[in-house]
Design a protein around this ligand. Structure first.
Ligand code: GDP
Ligand code: MG
Length: 152
């Protein structure tokens, strides 16, 4: 079985709106499990580096300020195809286009307050996990795996 991992962050609006539990619940209920978790007031250099690919976008300065505006909850979830499925659980970037049933489709309205980040590829996930969890991830074997996967 794959041990794919993805970086998930509850953004400041999600933390302030008490949506952290709801967001963790959706990933856990699907069958993914935590490998890392922390509440963190982010320093500017980390926010800028995290979103470095968007540096040329007009919304980049506002995006960095948004991420610095209050604590975030940084997480790593693991499981089969968790990067692609994580993006499906999250929904489209602009909540106007996110389907109901997705996190953004159900829980937010504005693209600039869209409550959650999720890695968009396995390569991005590796980069982001290295940035946010330089101390490494927690290794363990969840007892539920045979109840989630037919073959391991
Ligand atoms: P994501 O991977 O779905 O989060 O989307 P992107 O990587 O394209 O953009 C990163 C984040 O920048 C988004 O989640 C939004 O918070 C923000 N963002 C993207 N596009 C816009 C925009 O057009 N306006 C504003 N204000 N924020 C945006
Ligand atoms: Mg992105």
């Amino acid at each position: 079985m794959t041990t794919e991992v993805t970086f998930i962050m509850v953004k400041p609006d999600g933390v302030q709106r008490n949506l952290t539990g709801e967001i963790i619940r959706r990933f856990e209920a699907k069958g993914y499990y935590l490998r890392g978790l922390k509440l963190k007031q982010v320093e500017r250099s980390l926010a800028e580096e995290h979103y470095i690919d968007l540096k040329s976008k007009p919304f980049y300065p506002g995006l960095v300020d948004y991420i610095l505006s209050a604590p975030v909850v940084a997480m790593v979830f693991s499981g089969k195809n968790v990067v692609t499925m994580g993006r499906k659980l999250i929904g489209a970037t602009n909540p106007l286009a996110s389907e109901p049933g997705t996190i953004r489709g159900d829980l937010c309205i504005d693209v600039g307050r869209n409550v959650i980040h999720g890695s968009d590829s396995v390569e991005s996930a590796q980069r982001e996990i290295g940035l946010w969890f330089p101390e490494g991830l927690v290794e363990y074997k969840p007892h539920m795996l045979p109840w989630i996967y037919e073959r391991m």
